[in-house]
Each structure stands twice: as structure tokens, then as C-alpha cells.
Design a protein around this ligand. Structure first.
Ligand code: BGC
Length: 730
């Protein structure tokens, strides 16, 4: 048996053995990825000239392509079959922004684990997830696909998702390869316009956009996707500084880099290459190992090697990385879909139950002035709005193989919750977009007959995600007018928002007594929303992103700098607006509950530490209300005096705790000083000496307890030292 086919041989030797058997064309083939399975591609696969396919789904198809590669090609190298398994495969979970609202990494991890189990059973071995782009601009539609605005929360969620997809061991049959994307700073697009230029400082790059990638790498992510955008003049898919220096050298990433869809070809549009040869050279030199759908590597690499424009070693290095991942995944031993396993796991009861749990945990109660929870024995309930009975929107923008037929709409959820004698009336009222108010009359009429009106408004699923940037952040169409018209009937109103980004719903926030941020919650959306409306589940999610009052606020984020003139209402010459409150509509970390919590007895020990030590921050959290509920306790720090300006607050720890009425728990955050490191004026990553403020709160604005500690000396640390804050509950 050839060494590369022998699973008992070390992976390194299998890779070298295979590499030396390959022709240059076969090597370049491994660096090519296509998104279809036409006859032409099948021929290429049989010749061993393709390394990966994406978007080929269904057990029979998958097994057919894999067979063509394994039995049809000379060396029998299996294909990596990739798909955007973003928030579920067939069992669709809440969108990533919603999952981040759980502030519970175990939910993110389990959702990814379940998605991996389902996808792998049908032969998908690679997902283009998690998207770990930080987003501070809700105009950018892809904010829906990530964990929001914060580098710490984003890092924890990135870690959890990678661990979930890849499982304990990549070679397990139910593990799939993860891909952290889009490297890097894709979320920093100017004007929030997708694919647009990004121009940011090296500090912002490293302190805001890099941390979740760092977490993904240290969690063992197998692949990274290079982004579409240009960054400070150099496209991310041709960027030696970010791909070789930061990713490989500083972070020690050992997997391979795949370009985003035709991102190598687009180097020509960016204007840093005149033709495919220039584009291929730039990308391969920067360390982009696989060309997604661009066909540029096929057209250019052989000639570049033959002309001596690039060395074959560059190709060998890329292929080595790709093959290594294929061996680690166990693809050579276990390449095919497993119909028997698929029958057992896909959309099984356990997965559907967890989709409900994840959806409930993702819901954020934004406002509640005594309306919620609703009694179940109301006589008549009006359910109104274009999204109330929509079964596609809850799936969000990337719903993989999700099926709208599996979705429980909000209307259905409510109907299944109330007793038979309760009448549930429904009127659509208007469309999500457009200016027709024809349906208003019916909506007003059913509201007048009811004890409460529940308005389900927001965005269609395809209004966020890729290529779905918005210039306005208001409710689209005439939906706000619909809310106003129903509100004016005098019936108590509850607004349920269904959307993929923060919306500037200022009028609603000021007038409507109860608002639920439900995002797109996946197939169990209706049940989860009904559970919260009627109090069968006490909401405990918190916003992972700031809500602006108006699009003019953007970019807006809680971890901003103090400025030389922080806002002061009494002083005009401070950092504010003359025509709008500068404060957010809803701050980062905000979320209410049907119960209340008190925070007492903050202790910080020791008061003086050295770099490398751990600071113990303890307090008592008490449920002071009448119902069981969840609270997300949040730890923020600030360095009031530093060698460079620092944010007014930075999240450095959090924990979601469930407490019974009257129950008390002592929470201790074990904060490693490494979490406090930042780049100093010489761009060295340091834990800097001095005083640190500690803030414990229920949101980034609702700070309940404060204290401080000191670090005695300054120490430089490596980017590979990553320690998360641990929380202990007693
Ligand atoms: C997106 C990626 C995605 C890829 C493959 C691209 O357009 O930017 O996020 O993984 O397509 O579907």
C-alpha cells in the first residue's frame, strides 16, 4: 500500500508521499474549488484537477462526486465538499446575531455541533462558518451573520462555534471543518456598503477586528477565508501583512486559506493586478491556498511557474496545507455520506427541541411597561403585521437546506399556546416594503375588538446578509405607520421585531409599552416568541450590538474612546449632536426580564497584581423578583490613564445565570491579566502597569458596582497567549 493511503502512517509522511507523486497540474488542481457539478467539472474531477466543490448537496450527488474523485482519478484524492452551514443545516437555528444575544457560548457550540452532525451525515465536510467579523455599522447587512460589535463577546462565540463544528477531534465522522471568515476587517466597509473599501488603523485592525480570528485560530480552526475588501490599500486576498505576518507568523495558524468567491479574480477590479497572472501571483504569494470559484489559479499558476515568475515551492506549500487538512479530517478513510446516520440525526427530535431552546434564549426584551407577560385567558388577541405569518423570514438570510415548511410562524405559535376559547384574530396590515395602506383598516378593526394587539414587524430575511446593506435603519415601508395606527386605537400594543440588524425604531421605543427583539429565530420561532409573550419562558437575552436612534449615529458602539470633550449636556462645545440625543436607543448588553436582580458586595482581590496573575472579582447576584429568570452579569474594565487612549469600557467577562425567586449566588470572575493587554504607542502588545477600573453591570450602561485594582509593572506578551475570563458560580 502507498504510504499516503495507509492510515497508520503519520500525517506528515502521508502528505509528503502524496505530494511527490503529484504532477504540477494535479497540485494546482488541489488549489481549485468550483460551485457546481456539471459534466465539465466531473471530467476535471476524474482527472484529479479539482480539490474542492461547494454547494453540491444531497446524499446521491455527494457520493457521486466523491466516487468520481476517489475511483475515477489517478491518485484518488477525495474532495472537500463545502457549504455555508451557517446557523443550522436542515434544522435551522436562530441567526448568528441572535445566537450571540444568548450570551451563552454553550448554545452556540451545541447549535454548531448539531449542524455538523446533520451536514456530515449527508457528506458535507466543510462549512464556511463561523463568520467572526466585528460589525459596528448596522447598515452592513452581514451584521446578521456575526456576533455583533464586541471583540470579547465575538471571540468567545468564535471559539464556541469552531469547537462545535469541529467537535473533539476533526477525524470523528460527525466533525466538519470550520472556516473563520472573512479575514479581515470586512465589517469595516465604508458607509456600511457591502464589499466596500476598508481604511482603518493598525490598532483598530488588531484590537477590534483581529481578536475573534485569534480565538478561532487558537480553538484550532482548520481554514480561514480571505475577504473581498481592500484594507488600507491592499486587498485582503493579496495581503502578505495580514495573511503571512499576522495570521501565520504571529498567530501560528497552520491550516489553509481559501479565498472568498472569486476574490482572487477581483484583484483585477481592485486595480492591483492587470490580468489573471498578476492576480494569481499576488494571491499565492500572500498565502491564499485555494481559489474559490474564480478559476484564476487554473488559468495562471502553471504558466507563472514555467516562466519562473513564482517558485513551485509556493504551490507545494499551499498543497501541503490543503492535503494535511484532508488527512486530518479523515477524508481518505471516510469520504462518503452515511444515509443511515442521516436518517437518524437530520431534524431528529433532539435537534428540534434544541432549536426551540436556542430560540427562546436568543430573545431580548427591550422594553416592558407592565404589559408582558400576557395572560393566556384573554378573550381576544389581535396578531398584526407582515411578518406575523411569514414562514421564510424566520430562517434568516443563509438558511442552508432549511425548509420554510418546517417553520412555526409567530401566529401559529400564539394560536397553539392559548386555550380554545381565546379568539386569535389576524391581519397582515401591509407588506414589509411598499406604500400601500390598504390593509390598515382591517388591522385597526381587529385591534379594536381585542384585549391586546401583537404587531410583528421588521425586515424580510433577505434584507440582511450578503449584499443587503441598507441606507436607512427605520422599519421599511409603512410598517411604522401601521404600528402608529394600531397604537392610536388605545388597545395595549406589543411590538415583536423580526430583523437581522439593529433598527432605529425611535418612535416605537418612545411610545409602545412592550418591545421584544426576536431577530430571525429559525424553525421554532413562533413557539419561542409565544413562550415569551405568555410568560412560559422568561426572556434573558442581551443585545450584542448597540441600537442607534437614527442612521446618523452610525458607527456607534459602547467601547468608544472618551475624547477630549466627552458629552456634557450643559456644555455646547462637547462631543454631541445639535439635532438628536447622542446616546443609543438601546445600549450594548441591554435586555430586560420579567423578574429583577440585585448586585451586591463587590470584592476585588488582590488589589495589586503582576502581569500573568489573575484578578478575582466577586459579587452576589440575587433574584429580587417573583419569577425564575436569567441574568447576564457583565464585567467591564477601563484603564483611565494609559500610554495610548483607551475605550471608556471594555467587556472582559460575562455569565448567564438562572436564579429562582429570592435565590442568591456568589459569582466570581477570574480575570487573567492577559485579557487586559493592548497595543502601546510602539504597537507592542503589552499588559500595562497602572490602575484599572472594574464595573459590574446588567448592561454596558446599567453599571451596578464599581471598584479598581492595579497592575504593578508592564509586560509584553505574544498574540498566541489567549486566556478567557472564567466565571465560577457558588
Ligand atoms: C460569501 C461567503 C460565502 C461564499 C460561498 C460569498 O459570496 O461572501 O461568506 O461563504 O460566498 O457561498
Amino acid at each position: 500500500m502507498e504510504v499516503y493511503k495507509d492510515p497508520s502512517q503519520p500525517i506528515e509522511e502521508r502528505v509528503e508521499d502524496l505530494l511527490k507523486r503529484m504532477t504540477l497540474d494535479e497540485k494546482i488542481g488541489q488549489m481549485r474549488q468550483y460551485s457546481s457539478f456539471t459534466k465539465e467539472i466531473k471530467d476535471l474531477v476524474r482527472k484529479g484537477l479539482v480539490g474542492s466543490l461547494l454547494n453540491v448537496t444531497g446524499i446521491d450527488k455527494v457520493n457521486e462526486v466523491q466516487k468520481a474523485a476517489i475511483e475515477g482519478s489517478r491518485l484518488g484524492i477525495p474532495l472537500l465538499l463545502g457549504l455555508d452551514v451557517i446557523h443550522g443545516y436542515r434544522t435551522i437555528f436562530p441567526i448568528p446575531l441572535a445566537l450571540a444575544s444568548t450570551w451563552d457560548p454553550s448554545v452556540v457550540r451545541r447549535a454548531a455541533r448539531i449542524a455538523a452532525k446533520e451536514a456530515s451525515s449527508e457528506g458535507i465536510t466543510w462549512t464556511f462558518a463561523p463568520m467572526v467579523d466585528i460589525a459596528r455599522d448596522p447598515r452592513w447587512g452581514r451584521i446578521a451573520e456575526g456576533a455583533g460589535e464586541d471583540p470579547y463577546l465575538g471571540s468567545i462565540m468564535a471559539w464556541a462555534a469552531v469547537r462545535g463544528f469541529q467537535g473533539d477531534n476533526l477525524s470523528d465522522p460527525d466533525a466538519i471543518l470550520a472556516c473563520a471568515k472573512h479575514y479581515i476587517a470586512y465589517g469595516g466597509a465604508e458607509g456600511g456598503r457591502d464589499y466596500n473599501t476598508v481604511d482603518i488603523s493598525d490598532r483598530t485592525l488588531r484590537e477590534v477586528y483581529l481578536p475573534p480570528f485569534r480565538a478561532a485560530v487558537l480553538a484550532g480552526v482548520g481554514t480561514i477565508m480571505s475577504a473581498f475588501n481592500d484594507l488600507n490599500g491592499v486587498p485582503a486576498s493579496a495581503n502578505e501583512y495580514t495573511l503571512r505576518k499576522i495570521l501565520r507568523e504571529e498567530l501560528g495558524f497552520k491550516g489553509f486559506v481559501v479565498s472568498d468567491w472569486n476574490a482572487i479574480g477581483e484583484l483585477i477590479n481592485h486595480g492591483i493586478a492587470g490580468d489573471v497572472y498578476g492576480a494569481a501571483k499576488e494571491a499565492v504569494e500572500a498565502g491564499v491556498d485555494m481559489d474559490m470559484q474564480g478559476d484564476v489559479y487554473r488559468r495562471a499558476l502553471r504558466k507563472l511557474v514555467e516562466d519562473g515568475a513564482i517558485s513551485e515551492k509556493l504551490i507545494d506549500d499551499a498543497v501541503r496545507r490543503i492535503l494535511e487538512v484532508k488527512f486530518k479530517l479523515g477524508l481518505f478513510e471516510n469520504p462518503y455520506a452515511n444515509p443511515e446516520r442521516a436518517r437518524k440525526v437530520v431534524k431528529c427530535k433532539e435537534h428540534l427541541d434544541f432549536a426551540l431552546e436556542a430560540a427562546r434564549k436568543s430573545i431580548v426584551l427591550l422594553k416592558n411597561e407592565g404589559v408582558l407577560p400576557l395572560r393566556k385567558d384573554l378573550k381576544t388577541i389581535a396578531v398584526i403585521g407582515p411578518l406575523a405569518n411569514d414562514r421564510t423570514a424566520p430562517l434568516g438570510s443563509w438558511y442552508c437546506l432549511g425548509d420554510p415548511k418546517d417553520v412555526v410562524t409567530v401566529l401559529e405559535g400564539i394560536r397553539s399556546k392559548v386555550p380554545p376559547q381565546t379568539k386569535v384574530l389576524y391581519a397582515k396590515g401591509c407588506d414589509v416594503e411598499g406604500d400601500s395602506k390598504e390593509g390598515f383598516e382591517e388591522a385597526i378593526s381587529i385591534a379594536k375588538q381585542s384585549d391586546v394587539a401583537i404587531l410583528v414587524v421588521g425586515e424580510r430575511g433577505d434584507m440582511s446578509g450578503e449584499a443587503a446593506s441598507r441606507a436607512y435603519l427605520d422599519l421599511p415601508g409603512v410598517q411604522e405607520d401601521l404600528v402608529k395606527a394600531v397604537y392610536e386605537t388605545g388597545v395595549p400594543v406589543v411590538v415583536v421585531l423580526m430583523n437581522g440588524r439593529p433598527l432605529s425604531v425611535k418612535w416605537i421605543a418612545e411610545h409602545v409599552p412592550a418591545i421584544i427583539e426576536a431577530w430571525f429565530l429559525g424553525i421554532q420561532m413562533g413557539h419561542a416568541v409565544a413562550d415569551v409573550l405568555f410568560g412560559d419562558y422568561n426572556p434573558g437575552g442581551k443585545l450584542p450590538v448597540t441600537f442607534p436612534r437614527t442612521v446618523g449615529h452610525v458607527p456607534i458602539y459602547y467601547n468608544h474612546k472618551n475624547t477630549g470633550r466627552p458629552p456634557d449636556p450643559k456644555n455646547k462645545y462637547t462631543s454631541k449632536y445639535i439635532d438628536e440625543d447622542y446616546r443609543p436607543l438601546f445600549p450594548f448588553g441591554h435586555g430586560l426580564s420579567y423578574t429583577t436582580f440585585s448586585y451586591t458586595g463587590l470584592e476585588v482581590k488582590p488589589k495589586e497584581v503582576e502581569p500573568g496573575d489573575i484578578v478575582l472579582i466577586s459579587f452576589t447576584l440575587t433574584n429580587t423578583g417573583e419569577r425564575e429568570g436569567d441574568e447576564v452579569a457583565q464585567l467591564y474594565i477601563r484603564k483611565p490613564v494609559a500610554s495610548v487612549t483607551r475605550p471608556v469600557k471594555e467587556l472582559k467577562g460575562f455569565i448567564r445565570v438562572t436564579l429562582k425567586p429570592g435565590e442568591k449566588r456568589k459569582v466570581t470572575f477570574k480575570l487573567p491579566t492577559e485579557q487586559l493587554a493592548f497595543y502601546n504607542s510602539e504597537m507592542k502588545l503589552v499588559i500595562e502597569a497602572g490602575a484599572y477600573h472594574v464595573m459590574i453591570g446588567s448592561s454596558s450602561q446599567d453599571i451596578r458596582l464599581t471598584s479598581e485594582f492595579r497592575i504593578s509593572k508592564t509586560k509584553e506578551i505574544s498574540l498566541r497567549t489567549l486566556k478567557f475570563t472564567e466565571a465560577i458560580i457558588k
